[in-house]
Ligand binder design. Sequence first.
Ligand code: CP
Length: 327
Amino acid sequence: IRHLLSGADLDADTATQILDTAAEMATVAGREVKKLPALRGRTVVNLFYEDSTRTRISFEAAAKRLSADVINFSAKGSSVTKGESLKDTALTLQAMGADAVVVRHPASGAPHRLANWVDGSVVNAGDGTHEHPTQALLDAYTMRSRLGRLAGLHVAIVGDVLHSRVARSNVLLLSTLGAKVTLVGPPTLIPVDWAARAGVAPPVTVPPGGDTGPPALSRPDTDVCYDLDAVLPGVDVVMMLRVQRERMNDSYFPSAREYTRRYGLDGPRMRRLPEHAVVMHPGPMNRGMEITPEVADSPRSTIVEQVANGVSVRMAVLYLLLGGNNR
Ligand code: CP
């Protein structure tokens, strides 16, 4: 593949190749010499129009460990504030010799547009409420390393699914790799047509001024449930999502206390999980809202591992897209 824009770009073989390559890359971190020469002479641009800690830093670390030159571009402090368009910004970066552009943008679909304008590879590092495919890859990698497999796993993705690009990419990738996904959350935060596809009629209508989220990702084995307590005893993985208050109005989310009571993962709820099950969160967390510190910092939590695995997975993505030294 030339670009990584969506979880749907990956068939099972390609996704597995990325995960296997990431496992090889992970051994680099434990070596005395932490750098590989694979992308020497190549330039990776991190083009971030939205804030990020984990994704931006891990792409930078990944590119540097592969010996690429890295240019970090943040919209704040650039000519974007003078009104320069995404296209003109992209063409400027291309003129500076970008072999790959890693882009985060508040507009869903921005990386797809960018891929039409630049010659190099484009990697979607999160676009609006749409997708975040490298997050899904690092999540899959983490599940596989903790639980030994992906096929047959039952994964509950819990919370603000409506605004979650992480959920969308995970639904696509996990079902490609043979896992079963159940989406859990309040009816106002589950895309209406996802619920309809799963045969679960939303008991409420869309909030006034609200949206229904992007069109459903057609995955027949994705369930929807509004009752977290009913789902927990039967899952291998529970992935908590950040409540994205910045993307919603109060009609989606009338009461933080009520949300936490019904959908927050605390100690007693965690103990309803099977013994082997793990707890994930892509970060950043709202500690005390969707997850308590007791759970986030427990041995079942993979949250710190997910961050570490993100570097290896992004090394693998850059390596495979840019073809090492052979391109
Ligand atoms: N999970 C994730 O994308 O985190 P950042 O927003 O910090 O990159």
